[in-house]
Design a protein around this ligand. Structure first.
Ligand SMILES: [Ca+2]
Length: 289
């Protein structure tokens, strides 16, 4: 398994770069320590099929010429978080988005800590019948296997970190729990006649990701996926979950994802605005050095 890593990692430069840095750190710490209690081995792991959007929707990979065919999407959807841990979620700062969202470790949250994530939906069209469905789902990634899949749900829960996703910072409304098979998917839908005008009241603009159990094998072992899709009239939410993955659709499903790593403790932050936007909750106050 380990001998395959370099080949897998070299398929994406960002992976290779991060892996090189991490392996350097690992070597250094091993050389300097003797009698430290064995800590969980958290490594970069390999890139998996779950790091590529085509695992979610085949249209992405098969219709190359339509890759940027925005006209076939109902809306653009975008997840943003404070990946560089400075207390600000910036849609224009490359350090808060782009490749960093999909490269381990992704967004790092400590056990007992919560971080705000922003969901942006940009409507493209209004000329359709049916509903617009925005979904949010969580899954663990097996970085020891190219498919990213685990043999069983129990295996996944045992092997990965655990997050809960809340709609509010007071933790009153739970949206997702990666370790609860009944709380891995949540959706919001809106009728075409109202869309996009009722968007702010229907679809959450922000939510909060809480670290519950640390990632004990691989970094970036939790994936949060958002999608925006068209649901035809007459489709029930029950049949929709499977039917949404099929190829023949009136509109393309748009999606975005972000990787998470849960650390045993929160990482130290260097806030540029004293966390004025409440991006981090439950994190220790930054040191005054
Ligand atoms: Ca930031």
């Amino acid at each position: 398994m380990k001998t395959k890593l370099p080949a897998i990692l070299s398929t994406r430069p960002a992976f290779a770069l991060v892996a090189a840095v991490l392996s350097g750190l690992a070597t250094h710490s091993v050389a300097g320590e003797k009698s430290v209690a064995p800590a969980p081995v958290v490594t970069q792991g390999g890139e998996t099929a779950m790091d590529i959007p085509s695992d979610f929707h085949k249209y992405y990979g098969q219709r190359v010429n339509n890759y940027r065919d925005a006209e076939r999407m109902i809306a653009r959807i975008d997840l943003d978080g404070d990946l560089n841990a400075d207390g600000v979620i910036s849609n224009t700062d490359p350090a808060d988005g782009g490749a960093f969202e999909g490269t381990p470790p992704g967004l790092q949250v400590g056990v007992g800590e919560m971080t705000k994530v922003v969901l942006r939906v940009t409507p493209y069209r209004v000329d359709f019948d049916g509903e617009v469905v925005v979904s949010l789902e969580v899954a663990g990634i097996n970085r020891g296997d190219k498919t990213g899949q685990f043999a069983s749900f129990d295996d996944e829960v045992r092997s990965t970190g655990r997050v809960r996703v809340w709609k509010d910072p007071a933790k009153k409304l739970l949206l997702l729990d990666s370790a609860d098979p009944n709380r891995r998917y949540v959706e919001w839908s809106t009728q075409y006649r109202e869309y996009p005008y009722n968007l702010p009241g229907t679809i959450p603009r922000v939510f909060y990701v809480e670290g519950v159990k640390s990632s004990n094998m691989y970094q970036g072992d939790i994936r949060l996926l958002v999608s925006c899709a068209h649901r035809k009239p007459g489709t029930t939410p029950e049949t929709y979950v499977e039917s949404r993955k099929k190829l023949l659709k009136s509109f393309r499903t748009s999606f975005d994802h972000m990787l998470f790593t849960v650390r045993p403790q929160p990482i130290e932050k260097e806030y540029v605005n004293n966390n004025a936007e409440g991006v981090w909750l439950g994190a220790p106050a930054p040191s005054s050095k």
